[in-house]
Design a protein around this ligand. Structure first.
Ligand SMILES: [Zn+2]
Length: 469
């Protein structure tokens, strides 16, 4: 079921479904099937015990179960279904009785080698499996509580193996005709269920989120989405409010984790901001205003997190090292030596090297209009060289005090057509809006998300027009 299929034009209750609503008939059928399977398994086990064991054809040879070899004729599974999720992995007892599969629950301290050894497999098999490919490497990162199911033949050779690294995937290993091993990673996608939550700020954003039972990672994401328009450290007021629609991800009716924010609105100091999530047909995703403008700016306001401004942009100031009056055509951010410096926008490295008083410096060209400068670096980030394409937020170097500097800081410049501008006050251009060709697709997709936001129904908010459109 996809929330996009829901009819929002009808006057029915809003489709913000709680997981309970989903326990309709298919669920009961599943339970019935599961029950019947368990019953048949039990009958099979009793039959096996009463009739097969005495004549020795299916006997467990050794009283020590851990060391025992199972003497069943092995039926190779021709194909393992990807859907539904193999129940056997969650019910090891049923599995081992039902067939020759042996399922082991991983205990603390277990390794692939110890589990294989207990199952009668030799060290060569452990080595081959662990080093087969990237998929099977997952078996070297097993965690207590998980299960590994194995099918081992009379000659102590691994025939097949199943393992779920997490609830969304199953690793399947099978021995081929030529004795080689092959693996497959089956994906079991989680089902997204959108939920709506809202809050009002009395003291802080986090306190408001906690009161409304909004997970911390979702509120961090919200702050990230609106962070270009609202300074969450300085601008937040008592009475500010917000609404969020985000996905909760389910597997078989059980919530696994939270997904993306689909739509959100924030009323800050009487001003309404709105954002919707959109993925274009090329697969590029981001947050946009309902009009299709990017929520992002083309430049970060500050290239260093966890820093303090130690010197602002001025026409003239006393230079402590040179002992004379000089203008300061950038902003200094004081931060610990080694603090990462991020590129403030997408662009290309125009210069990398030592430049007089600037010390170790990087110039980034953004289109033909903008250039940003990062000076006094202690070192450059790996791979940074002239001509290299850089993404916004990418680490390009680390704070230091090379060149003329009294202490570790970043000297940052923002130039428009070669002219120095104050990075703290210059009007930053927005990132690229929605491609005109996708406008219809965009409008279609966001209609659903926007209708999930309820805050607008409140009269005080309904009179507001989004300021970020
Ligand atoms: Zn400076």
């Amino acid at each position: 079921m996809s929330y996009l299929d829901l009819d929002f034009k009808s006057r029915q209750a809003p489709p913000i479904l709680r997981p309970k609503r989903r326990t309709s008939s298919p669920f009961h059928i599943n339970r019935l099937i599961r029950g019947l399977t368990a019953l048949l398994t039990l009958i099979g086990a009793v039959y096996l015990f009463l009739f097969l064991l005495p004549d020795g054809s299916a006997r467990i040879e050794d009283s020590n179960l851990k060391q025992s070899r199972l003497h069943y004729s092995v039926l190779l599974p021709s194909k393992i279904d990807s859907e539904p999720l193999p129940e056997s992995l969650q019910n090891p007892v049923q599995d081992s009785i039902a067939s020759a599969w042996k399922s082991v629950q991983i205990k603390s301290g277990d390794t692939l080698a110890s589990i294989f050894s207990d199952a009668g497999l030799d060290a060569t098999t452990t080595y081959k499996v662990a080093n087969l490919n990237e998929q099977t490497k997952k078996l070297t990162r097993i965690r207590p509580g998980q299960h590994i199911s194995m099918l081992v033949d009379d000659d102590n050779k691994l025939v097949s193996l199943k393992y779920m690294p997490d609830l969304t995937q199953t690793l399947v290993l099978e021995r081929q005709q030529d004795d080689s091993l092959s693996s497959d990673l089956l994906h079991h996608p989680l089902e997204p269920i959108p939920v709506y939550k809202s809050g009002e700020i009395t003291s802080s954003l986090f306190e408001a989120a906690a009161k409304s039972d909004i997970p911390e990672n979702i509120i961090m994401e919200l702050a990230g989405i609106f962070g270009w328009d609202i300074d969450f450290a300085l601008d937040i007021r008592k009475g500010d409010r917000f609404g969020i629609v985000y996905n909760e991800l389910y597997k078989d009716g059980v919530k696994i984790r939270n997904g993306k924010i689909l739509a959100a609105e924030f009323v800050n100091n009487g001003k309404l901001y709105k954002a919707v999530y959109y993925t274009d047909p090329k697969g590029e995703s981001g947050y946009f205003t309902p009009e299709g403008k990017s929520m992002r700016k083309a430049f970060l306001r500050s290239p260093v997190k966890f820093s303090r401004i130690s010197s602002r942009f001025t026409r003239k100031r006393w230079h402590p090292v040179l002992s004379k009056w000089r203008s300061h055509k950038g902003v200094d951010y004081a931060a610990a030596r080694g603090t990462p410096i991020r590129a403030s926008g997408d662009g290309k490295v125009k210069f990398k090297g030592t430049k007089g008083g600037y010390g170790k410096t990087v110039f980034i060209q953004h289109g033909n209009k903008y250039t940003t400068v990062y000076a006094h670096m202690s070192r450059y980030a790996r791979g940074i060289k002239k001509g290299k394409r850089i993404k916004q937020g990418q680490v390009i170097g680390y704070v230091g005090s090379t060149g003329l500097a009294t202490g570790p800081h970043l000297h940052y410049e923002f130039r428009v057509h070669g002219t120095h501008r104050n990075p703290l006050t210059v009007k930053l251009p927005a990132a690229e809006p929605i491609d005109k060709a996708y406008k219809t697709h965009f409008n279609q997709q966001i209609k659903t998300y926007l209708s999930m936001l309820h805050l607008m129904k409140d009269e005080t908010v309904a009179s507001l027009k989004p300021v970020n459109e």
